[in-house]
Design a protein around this ligand. Structure first.
Ligand SMILES: *[C@@H]1O[C@H](CO)[C@@H](O)[C@H](O)[C@H]1NC(C)=O
Ligand SMILES: *[C@@H]1O[C@H](CO)[C@@H](O)[C@H](O)[C@H]1NC(C)=O
Ligand SMILES: *[C@@H]1O[C@H](CO)[C@@H](O)[C@H](O)[C@H]1NC(C)=O
Ligand SMILES: *[C@@H]1O[C@H](CO)[C@@H](O)[C@H](O)[C@H]1NC(C)=O
Ligand SMILES: *[C@@H]1O[C@H](CO)[C@@H](O)[C@H](O)[C@H]1NC(C)=O
Ligand SMILES: *[C@@H]1O[C@H](CO)[C@@H](O)[C@H](O)[C@H]1NC(C)=O
Length: 399
């Protein structure tokens, strides 16, 4: 098993993460049983206080400051917690900004992304950023939970759907973490869960950005008969959507109708999980994945597969499909909310034209990106950060 520095950082103990509510426990990912002394060793390793030759330069190897920075990152990782809501244990990353008026932002992942698909954007979004046109600053308090059944969140009862998960995560944000109003972003299952939150909690969900909506994506025939003209970028996304709906439903059917078969077959088979999950991560991302701005490479894939395998949640993860056999609604209707909505389209993701998106929410902006696919947090982190800051600035000005 390859364990990269990022993955090890993810495994390590959070330091300095704090929470105001007693029901939240700091959480340490305890997968590193093969490396029991790793965290202690990393933390207690002494480095020289000063470089030996301060102007030696890179020809002589790694500089002390870089190594010290990496050591700190490794020890700190991400501030992770668990809490108990009803009968569910919920695992989440909670990274707070230094700014007191930071906007609370919930990030909702899907399958097989996990919280790891957001790692490149979490810390940058906690940092204050100044909008060059208005001079306004924006930063976020980031909350990134694992969906029930994924990684360190407990499996839900068999009849739990996205509706129950929406309630669980709204409780997490409000009652547990004390954010009375917040913004959210969702992709894949996280888009469906986030949409349920957008329509069900109109006083607390006060801004939403989606990369997926729980509505049947229109076919080329639907789009033509609606007289919608599409751009070159949109036609790439549309073709990708057609391919996904025609040639790529095998995993979807399997996980919806026979989750125990694939779940048990690959339960203790890391290379099998690597094939099943790794294939999806590759075919749903941008074909240019791994080249800038994408950070999605084999290390990302091994990290995600390692997290599923080592947490023993491959089977409970695929059950998300079986719990929710009716993901896509056929009727496009607008919920009772005055909260604004944004949509982020990445070239190699599922396509909903702006005209369709506008039917299901108070669409403020429809942003298109000519790089990236289904896992934008790793496939095009700068573009997702840009879209979320746009939503955050609106939230900060209006709430
Ligand atoms: C929690 O689990 C117990 C035992 O299975 C069940 O009786 C109870 O209804 C559950 N509570 C909730 C809130 O789901
Ligand atoms: C934004 O942040 C910068 C850097 O911290 C600061 O100098 C500036 O005053 C801030 N602007 C506003 C409008 O708060
Ligand atoms: C799920 O099943 C339990 C036990 O049968 C039941 O109490 C509960 O109301 C069900 N929940 C939903 C949302 O159907
Ligand atoms: C599309 O355009 C055709 C020809 O102009 C028109 O007959 C039809 O009603 C239009 N359809 C819609 C949904 O606007
Ligand atoms: C993948 O990208 C990360 C940086 O995002 C890098 O640290 C890692 O070495 C890369 N992995 C491979 C196999 O190139
Ligand atoms: C929220 O929804 C209820 C109906 O469920 C509606 O009466 C109310 O006006 C809505 N509030 C907002 C702020 O959109």
């Amino acid at each position: 098993m390859v364990l990269s520095a990022l993955f090890l950082a993810f495994l390590s103990t959070p330091i300095g993460g704090s929470s105001t509510r007693s029901t939240v426990q700091p959480f340490k990912v305890d997968l590193a049983s093969g490396f029991p002394h790793l965290q202690t060793l990393v933390k207690n390793t002494n480095l020289p206080t000063e470089p030996l030759y301060s102007d030696a330069g890179p020809d002589f190897g790694l500089d002390l400051a870089t190594l010290r920075e990496w050591q700190t990152q490794w020890v700190n990782g991400f501030a992770q917690f668990t809490t108990t809501i009803g009968n569910q244990t919920v695992h989440f990353i909670h990274e707070k900004s230094q700014d007191k008026d930071a906007v609370p932002l919930l990030l909702l992942h899907g399958w097989p992304g996990t919280v790891a698909e957001f790692l490149p954007i979490i810390k940058p979004l906690t940092q204050s950023w100044t909008d060059p046109t208005t001079g306004k600053n924006i930063s976020f308090n980031m909350v990134v939970p694992s969906i029930p059944g994924f990684l360190f969140s407990s499996s839900p009862p068999q009849n739990w759907t996205n509706v129950e998960i929406a309630g669980l995560f709204n409780t997490l944000m409000t009652d547990v973490l004390g954010y009375s109003k917040y913004a959210l972003h969702g992709t894949d299952w996280g888009g469906a869960i986030g949409y349920n939150m957008y329509e069900s909690f109109n006083t607390t969900v006060r801004a939403a950005n989606f990369a997926l909506l729980p509505f049947v994506p229109p076919s080329p025939q639907d789009i033509a008969s609606d007289n919608i003209t599409i751009s070159a970028l949109e036609s790439v996304a549309l073709q990708h959507t057609v391919n996904w709906r025609t040639e790529d439903q095998g995993y979807f059917q399997e996980q919806t109708f026979k989750p125990n078969d694939i779940g048990l077959a690959l339960y203790d088979n890391p290379v099998g999980q690597l094939a099943w999950i790794g294939s999806g991560l590759v075919r749903w991302s941008d074909p240019r994945a791994g080249t800038a701005p994408s950070t999605l490479n084999s290390t990302t894939i091994l990290n995600i597969v390692s997290l599923f395998y080592l947490s023993g949640t491959f089977q409970s993860g695929v059950w998300q499909y079986a719990h929710n056999p009716n993901l896509f609604r056929t009727e496009y209707t607008k919920p009772v909310t005055d909260a604004p909505m944004w949509f982020s389209l990445f070239e190699y993701d599922i396509f909903w034209p702006q005209e369709y998106v506008a039917k299901v929410g108070n669409l403020i902006a429809y942003r298109e990106h000519d790089f990236g696919g289904h896992f934008a947090g790793v496939d095009n982190p700068p573009a997702l950060i840009e879209d979320l800051r746009e939503m955050g600035l609106y939230f900060a000005a209006n709430e």
